[in-house]
Design a protein around this ligand. Structure first.
Ligand code: ZN
Length: 322
C-alpha cells in the first residue's frame, strides 16, 4: 500500500498554509513569501500543522485535498507509525509588525493537570529577517520567586523583562517557563510542539476592540522559571555554519531542528519517521520537483534519498527524542 502511494508523484506532502489574522500582524508575508494573503494584518502562516485551529491541506499529488490530521489518522505508515496522539509539531512563520504580548508556556506536566490533559509547549525561533536594532524579550531579571511576584504585581515591566538584541540568522530555544515576546519588525520561523497553551503575562496595556486582552497572571507566575537561563545560552548565531550540511540547531525530547544551506547540490538520507521542511530563502528542486521560498512540506517515512538542488535555505525538523 505505502509503496503504491509513494509511486504517485514524488511522495512528498506539499501543504497549503493556513493564515491567521492578528492585531499585531502585517502584510510582509505576501510580499516576501509570495503568499496570497486572505486579509491584511496576517500575523501567522501555519506551514505544517494538523492542529484543529489550523489543519493544513495537501496541495498536490496523490493525497491532494487531504488534511494533515486525516493522513496522520488514516495513513500512519507515512509518518513511520510514530507514536503520538496527533501530528506532534507545528511549523509557523510569524510576521510581527507590532510587538506581541509577553507570554510564557507551561510544560507537559503542568498543562496536563491545569489544562485538561493538554500538552505543554516547547518552541524555538529562527530569525528569518529583522531590522538593525531588533530585539526580543527572552527571560527576566528576577533572582527569586518572591522578587518575580513583586515585580509583576507592581507592574515593574521595564525592570523585570530582559530584552536581548537579535540579528537575522539567530536561533532561540524557548523552554517552557521562559518569559518571551516577539517584538515588532521581526520575521520568524517557529518550530513548536503542536499545542496552543499560552499564558499572557503583559500586553502593554493595549486595547483590542476597545478591551484589554485577557491576562493569566497566576498561571504565569506558577510556571515561570526563576532565575532565567543566562543570556549567552539564550541566543545563538547561525552565521558561518557550513553549507550543504545538516546543521543541528537544537535537539531535545520534542524535536530536532536543522538549518540546511544548499549551494548547488546536497542530498540526505531521510531516516526519520518523517521530516518537516520549510524553504525560507531561494529556490531550486527537490528530487526533480521545483521548490521556492515559502514552500512547506513533509518528507514521509521510507522516502530514502532527498536530493536538493539550487540555492536554498531550509529549516527542517523531526519529532521525538534524540
Ligand atoms: Zn510562545
Amino acid at each position: 500500500m505505502s509503496q503504491e502511494n509513494l509511486k504517485e508523484g514524488t511522495g512528498i506532502l506539499f501543504l497549503e498554509p493556513v493564515f491567521k489574522k492578528m492585531v499585531w500582524g502585517g502584510e510582509r508575508m505576501g510580499e516576501e513569501f509570495h503568499y496570497e494573503l486572505p486579509s491584511d494584518h496576517i500575523g501567522e502562516c501555519w506551514g505544517i500543522s494538523a492542529h484543529p485551529h489550523g489543519d493544513c491541506i495537501v496541495r498536490e499529488g496523490y493525497y491532494k485535498g487531504k488534511k494533515l490530521s486525516e493522513l496522520w489518522a488514516e495513513q500512519p505508515q507515512l509518518f513511520g507509525n510514530y507514536k503520538a496522539e496527533g501530528f506532534p509539531l507545528l511549523i509557523k512563520i510569524i510576521d510581527a509588525k507590532q510587538d506581541l504580548s509577553i507570554q510564557v508556556h507551561p510544560d507537559d506536566a503542568y498543562a496536563k493537570v491545569e489544562e485538561n490533559g493538554s500538552l505543554g509547549k516547547t518552541e524555538c525561533w529562527y530569525v528569518v529577517d529583522c531590522g538593525e536594532d531588533a530585539g526580543l524579550v527572552i527571560g527576566h531579571n528576577a533572582d527569586s520567586k518572591e522578587q518575580m511576584r513583586e515585580m509583576i504585581e507592581k507592574g515593574q515591566w521595564k525592570e523585570f523583562l530582559r530584552e536581548l538584541p537579535v540579528h537575522k540568522g539567530d536561533f532561540i530555544q524557548i523552554d517552557p517557563g521562559t518569559v518571551h515576546a516577539i517584538k515588532g519588525g521581526l520575521m520568524i520561523l517557529e518550530t513548536q510542539q503542536s499545542s496552543d497553551i499560552t499564558y499572557r503575562l503583559y500586553d502593554y496595556g493595549r486595547l483590542v476592540d476597545g478591551k484589554p486582552r485577557e491576562l493569566h497572571l497566576a498561571k504565569s507566575m506558577d510556571v515561570i522559571t526563576v532565575p532565567a537561563k543566562d543570556v549567552s545560552s539564550s541566543v545563538k548565531s547561525t552565521l558561518g555554519l557550513p553549507e550543504n550540511t545538516m546543521n543541528v540547531l537544537e535537539a531535545n525530547q520534542y524535536y530536532t531542528v536543522w538549518k540546511i544551506d544548499v549551494k548547488k547540490e546536497f542530498s540526505l538520507e531521510q531516516g526519520y519517521p518523517f521530516m518537516n521542511m520549510s524553504v525560507i530563502e531561494g529556490d531550486g528542486m527537490i528530487n526533480g520537483q521545483k521548490i521556492k521560498k515559502g514552500d512547506h512540506f513533509v518528507v514521509p517515512s521510507g522516502f530514502g534519498k532527498v536530493e536538493l538542488q539550487g540555492d536554498l535555505c531550509l529549516i527542517a525538523s523531526a519529532a521525538g527524542a534524540r
